[in-house]
Design a protein around this ligand. Structure first.
Ligand SMILES: Nc1ncnc2c1ncn2[C@@H]1O[C@H](COP(=O)(O)OP(=O)(O)OP(=O)(O)O)[C@@H](O)[C@H]1O
Ligand SMILES: [Mg+2]
Length: 398
């Protein structure tokens, strides 16, 4: 994929930016707080319809404005498409358009592959499991757009099951029967509906086990596929002789969860939900399932989160990201667009050297933000722009 042009209107501090990037290396420099990361976020939004900063979508609209728009022209193989994301604040709403029309996710995201590498990623092995799950889900989604819908279905069922559990908690206090709405969001007291919550819980537990099994299988499969390359890349970056390994950690008591799939896996999750039911009812939420799982990273069999040095953690993350990019290129035959948000300043000279060698060899379109463009050691096929107060000033091609 290639980003040919980008136009932002009232997107964060980017009031009205027109950008025609280079097909290879784009360096966006500027002082702190000028809007460099916002520009990457605009590209990320177009590619994913989400922010990478965990903001609510309407927080992307420029302060004082009630709508924002990001429009891009992208090229895939020999076809050109125009993607647009419009955000409104009142009411909070997002509209995604492909060639001027609303499109199904599967059409919109077809062939749109963007990989972000931000300073926060460098803490991944030591950060909370939620960050590792997000990293993993984003990487899988890039390989398979339908994964997004699978995750959404799981999250929807999880919310419904939790709503039933909460209603049961409330009912324990009143000892009065409850009826649960099908969306799981509302509970209504109705006489004669005793037991309906139990029935709903059973239905949602089965649905959750099925949706959860699909997610676990996908996550396990992805990590299993990339693990050998992560190990080899880590060795090339660190030259430490330490073996990097990575595995999915499903928090289910039955250890067979790591090896079985299909109906067997559904059965294991359903059993666990059944076993946890008493605890879930007491606390009002679902304890077990992929929403609580983790990705464990090891160095020579020891958990990196507990034992690895800062430099080793950075080399591990670099290996993970590089592998993710190579895997996407291999899978789609088309290099993903790379967004590097000021990562060079967080890496030492040797790791920066490795990263730039990699970027030189990978035929991706790259966007790199930095406060010091001279540190970006990529000299050819490069366009430099400067960001000042949310506007682009001055371009220089080399
Ligand atoms: N919704 C918004 N409306 C207007 N301005 C915003 C909005 N959200 C953030 N900003 C502004 O955007 C600026 C931050 O931009 P950004 O994070 O892109 O900076 P940066 O150039 O990447 O800086 P650094 O080098 O420190 O990372 C801040 O001045 C912030 O106040
Ligand atoms: Mg920034």
């Amino acid at each position: 994929m290639l980003l040919r042009s980008l136009h932002t209107v009232d997107f964060r501090n980017l009031r009205d930016v027109e950008y025609r990037p280079h097909p290879r290396v784009n360096v966006i420099s500027g002082d702190n707080g000028q809007g460099k990361t916002n520009l990457l976020e605009a590209i990320f939004l177009l590619a994913t319809q989400r922010s990478f900063r965990r903001n609510r979508i309407d927080e992307l609209v420029r302060f004082g404005s009630d709508k924002a728009e990001v429009v891009a022209s992208i090229r895939q193989a020999d076809c050109e498409r125009r993607l647009a994301v419009q955000i409104q604040t009142k009411p909070s709403r997002k509209i995604a358009l492909c060639d001027g029309k609303t499109a199904r996710n599967s059409d919109y995201f077809q062939g749109v592959h963007v990989v972000l590498f931000a300073p926060e990623d460098l803490l991944l092995p030591k950060g909370p499991p939620e960050d590792r799950r997000r990293f993993l889900d984003r990487a899988i989604w890039n390989t398979c757009p339908s994964y997004l819908d699978e995750v959404r279905i799981y999250e929807q069922v999880l919310r419904s099951r939790n709503a039933v559990l909460r209603s049961m908690m409330a009912a324990t206090g009143t000892r009065r029967p409850l009826a649960i709405q099908p969306d799981g969001g509302v509970t209504v007291e109705v006489s004669g509906a005793a037991g309906s919550a139990d029935v709903m819980l059973e239905v949602y537990s089965q649905q959750l086990a099925e949706a959860g099994a699909r997610i676990i299988e996908r996550r396990r499969h992805y990590l299993h596929t990339i693990a050998p390359q992560v190990e080899a890349t880590f060795e090339r970056i660190s030259r430490s002789g330490l073996r990097a390994s990575i595995e999915y950690h499903a928090k289910l008591r039955d250890s067979a969860v790591h090896s079985v799939s299909g109906r067997e896996l559904v059965g294991i999750i359903a059993e666990q939900l059944e076993r946890d039911q008493r605890r879930d009812r007491l606390r009002g939420f679902t304890h077990s399932g992929p929403h609580g799982d983790d990705v464990l990273v090891y160095l020579d069999g020891r958990e990196a989160a507990l034992h690895a040095s800062q430099g080793q953690v950075r080399a591990l993350v670099l290996a993970l990201k590089i592998t993710e990019i190579q895997h996407l290129f291999f899978l789609h035959g088309d290099p993903p667009v790379l967004l590097l948000d000021d990562v060079s300043s967080e890496l030492d000279a040797q790791r920066n050297g490795y990263l730039f060698d990699f970027l030189r060899a990978m035929p991706s379109q790259v966007f790199i933000t930095t406060t010091s463009p001279a540190f970006v050691k990529l000299d050819h096929d490069r366009l430099d722009v400067r960001m000042e107060g949310g506007g682009l000033v001055g371009t220089a091609e080399s």
